[in-house]
Design a protein around this ligand. Structure first.
Ligand SMILES: NC(=O)C1=CN([C@@H]2O[C@H](COP(=O)(O)OP(=O)(O)OC[C@H]3O[C@@H](n4cnc5c(N)ncnc54)[C@H](O)[C@@H]3O)[C@@H](O)[C@H]2O)C=CC1
Ligand SMILES: NCC(=O)COP(=O)(O)O
Length: 323
């Protein structure tokens, strides 16, 4: 019988025209895909292997989810979008039903999915909708830095309106809870950015810090969470503050992620907290410019798989501890 600790990880290949298939094949040739089920189109993988001068390893376990046009490389096709979404659904359902310990996703192209008429902001939002999670949280983590986001894939114009005290509290509580249960941290320390330059400069450069962020953080502190902030984002990301924190919380995507990617691009994983399943991903996108060339760096995929395995082990330990 397959025990919880032996369940395989599902790895979705991602956008067929991108570097997802390259990464899977390159890692397979390094022997890095044991106890992993690849969710993707077998013909696509065979063709990409030939293009890369590789073979499709016999030991690779593939759950065949066909796409309409498996010949693509470097230029995406709307014809493949239904297949790409099916890959996600197979992995999500397998996690929900206990077949997989976790899912790791190859990169998708949000634009081509929307071009095909499917509203899609990102895996994060799709996974939340499919698993019934009220508030997914995007966290990117390298060995030196963790950055979580209060808002995810929003136009900058909409960010301020989306930031509410309730949202901040909910997300910080999820970060606190998941860092305990899935990362094994005893008492997570959160460092929270302001929204405006200089955290609003005492109200002269915006009121969100005074009216929304500070009261929300005060309530979290009263509830016992270790939360520092709101701090100006331009100084929060310095050693003096980061050395006393477990996670930096940014108000929006491009406030936090450029710092993480500057520090550790290719060596970090994207992790969705707040879900009933474990999901990690690469820290990069589809990289159409290098698909099929053999230049794709497999570093982030290795980190994403390792992180999924660690989180799954930590969750099993936490469940055993709680009876
Ligand atoms: N996990 C996911 O599904 C993610 C998807 N995306 C999506 O990817 C698409 C393209 O996004 P871009 O902003 O162009 O970012 P990108 O990460 O695809 O490419 C940016 C640059 O980094 C290089 N690069 C990326 N990954 C690499 C790797 N593993 N090895 C070597 N070089 C690599 C590319 O060649 C390019 O020069 C967008 O639709 C975006 O939404 C972006 C980030 C994550
Ligand atoms: N910058 C991260 C990104 O765009 C990937 O988002 P998601 O597809 O994991 O929601």
């Amino acid at each position: 019988m397959m025990t919880a600790s032996h369940r395989p990880i599902a790895l979705t290949v991602g956008e067929p025209a991108g570097i997802g298939p390259d990464l899977v094949l390159q890692l397979a040739h390094q022997g890095g895909l044991s106890n992993t089920v690849i969710i993707g189109d077998t013909r696509l993988l065979a063709q990409r292997a030939a293009r890369l001068g590789l073979t499709l390893p016999d030991e690779l376990v593939i759950r065949n989810v066909p796409v309409d046009d498996p010949n693509v490389c470097g230029a995406p096709s709307t014809a493949n979008v239904a297949g790409v979404i099916r890959m996600l659904d197979v992995a999500i359902d397998g996690c929900l039903h206990g077949e997989f310990a976790a899912m790791v996703t190859g990169p998708l192209h949000k634009g081509i999915i929307n071009d095909a008429g499917v509203q899609f902001s990102g895996h994060t939002e799709y996974l939340a909708e499919r698993t019934g999670a009220a508030m997914p949280v995007m966290l990117l983590a390298s060995s030196k830095l963790r950055v979580a986001l209060i808002t995810t894939h929003l136009p900058l114009r909409d960010v301020s309106d989306a930031i509410s005290g309730e949202r901040i509290q909910q997300i910080c509580r999820i970060i606190d809870q998941d860092l305990r249960s899935k990362f094994g941290l005893q008492s997570p320390r959160l460092l929270v950015c302001g929204l405006n330059p200089h955290a609003g400069e005492g109200g002269h450069l915006g009121m969100e810090e005074i009216e929304i962020i500070e009261p929300a953080l005060n309530q979290l502190r009263e509830a016992g969470l270790k939360v520092v902030g709101p701090l100006p984002a331009d100084t929060l990301f310095t050693e003096k503050y980061l050395k006393n924190a477990d996670v930096a919380v940014a108000m929006y995507h491009d406030q936090g992620l450029p710092v993480l990617k500057y520090q550790g691009f290719g060596q970090a994983a994207n992790i969705t907290l707040g879900l009933p399943i474990i999901r990690t991903s690469v820290d990069h996108g589809t990289a159409f410019d290098i698909a099929g060339t053999g230049q794709a760096d497999i570093g982030s995929l290795k980190v994403a798989l390792e992180q999924a395995r660690l989180m799954s082990a930590s969750q099993i330990a936490s469940e055993l501890d709680n009876g």
